[in-house]
Design a protein around this ligand. Structure first.
Ligand SMILES: [Zn+2]
Ligand SMILES: [Zn+2]
Length: 157
């Protein structure tokens, strides 16, 4: 659902909530699947048949830059997240789905890291990997060997 706040915020920054932007935001916020631009494009095209992938991609990046979506780089490319609140992610290695996880609160972790490195730590994320409940139920094979092989390429090539 598009709130008036989005419209106001965009207007303040000299941007308009055009129809493609509104639909793109709707599509990303309607799913918790952390879709790729190609997925969003296929969904948006149902409502806006003449839209191009380039337009969808450009607007996704713009909406993310304005803070209405989160983006995350993935080995498969860029993914977009309608959940802009603090949270962690679980990647299922069997089905490749990305799930939202509650952010892990670890009091003192940032302070300890700051003390050790001299860096000012403002934020942190935890990434979980494994097999989701649906895949465990269906006894989906976890192809860890394939995973390891593709990650284990010799360096410097
Ligand atoms: Zn899974
Ligand atoms: Zn997320």
């Amino acid at each position: 659902m598009i709130t008036n706040k989005v419209i106001d915020t965009l207007r303040d920054r000299g941007l308009r909530l055009t129809r493609p932007r509104r639909i793109i935001l709707d599509v990303v916020r309607a799913t918790d699947a952390h879709p790729t631009a190609a997925f969003v494009y296929r969904r948006v095209r149902r409502r806006l048949p003449r839209v191009s992938l380039a337009t969808v991609y450009r607007n996704l990046r713009m909406l993310a830059a304005e803070g209405f979506l989160a983006e995350r780089a993935d080995e498969a490319g860029m993914r977009f997240d309608g959940n802009t609140g603090p949270h962690d992610h679980f990647t299922c290695l069997a089905c490749r789905r990305i799930y939202d996880m509650p952010a892990r609160v670890e009091p003192g972790a940032r302070r300890r890291l700051s003390a050790r490195t001299g860096f000012e730590v403002l934020d942190h994320r935890t990434e979980y990997y494994g097999r989701c409940a649906a895949c465990r139920r269906s006894r989906g094979r976890l192809s860890l060997t394939r995973q390891r092989r593709s990650n284990g390429k010799p360096q410097g090539q």
